[in-house]
Ligand binder design. Structure first.
Ligand code: HQG
Length: 176
């Protein structure tokens, strides 16, 4: 397994399917690094704490966080399982962006942005990032989100450890 494959496996078990290796996560999404390494090793995936640290440090989007004492690890965002990241609501920049596929345009205009399988709707601070996110789904299109207007209307915003903006949903009137 190369580092990218390890990172993909970490996203799977820390965001979506810890049961894949019977990995216990606590209420805030943390797993024991000892247990993670042990269970990956049992499944034939060669990894130790040094390699795990390298994968976390070298990750392009800083998807994972190790606790200071290296005893715990969690994903910074992107979960589909119900965990509480414990993030504090913060006031957002006036505009945020959401990249998606063109085929979703009419549904989004009608229903707004919905979190689907994930715990939050994910928003980006810049258009370039939004475009990359959109490209994962097909020909990309970028929606502009009136985050300031939403915040004034009482909608909460959170920023993950790795800089992704999170909110519960975005109603159509805040989209252009
Ligand atoms: C779309 C990646 C139709 C939404 C990225 C998106 C991100 C609707 C898709 C993170 C809709 C969900 C999350 C509606 C939303 N009608 N389609 N009403 N509302 N959608 O993957 O935001 O590399 O769950 O536009 O960088 O694409 O994994 O969300 O196209 O930060 O770390 O439904 O995942 O990070 O797709 O991506 P996703 P996302 P990682």
């Amino acid at each position: 397994m190369n580092k990218k494959q390890i990172s993909k496996f970490l996203s799977l078990v820390l965001r979506h399917k810890p049961e894949e290796i019977q990995l216990p996560l606590d209420a805030e999404g943390w797993a024991s690094t000892t247990e993670l390494i042990q269970k990956m090793n049992q499944r034939g995936m060669a990894i130790d704490l040094t390699l795990l640290q390298e994968v976390v440090k070298g990750n392009d989007k800083q998807r994972f966080k190790l606790s200071e004492d290296l005893s715990k690890i969690r994903a910074n965002q992107g979960h589909s399982i119900a965990i509480n990241l414990g993030l504090k609501a913060v006031s957002p920049p006036s505009i945020l962006y959401h990249g998606t596929a063109r085929r979703n345009i009419s549904s989004i205009k009608k229903k707004g942005l919905l979190k689907g399988a994930r715990q939050h709707v994910h928003l980006s601070q810049d258009k370039e990032t939004a475009k990359k996110v959109g490209k994962r789904h097909g020909a990309p299109v970028i929606f502009k989100v009136d985050s300031q207007g939403m915040n004034k209307a009482g909608k909460a915003f959170f920023q993950s450890e790795n800089g992704v903006w999170l909110t519960d949903q975005v109603d159509p009137q805040f989209l252009s």
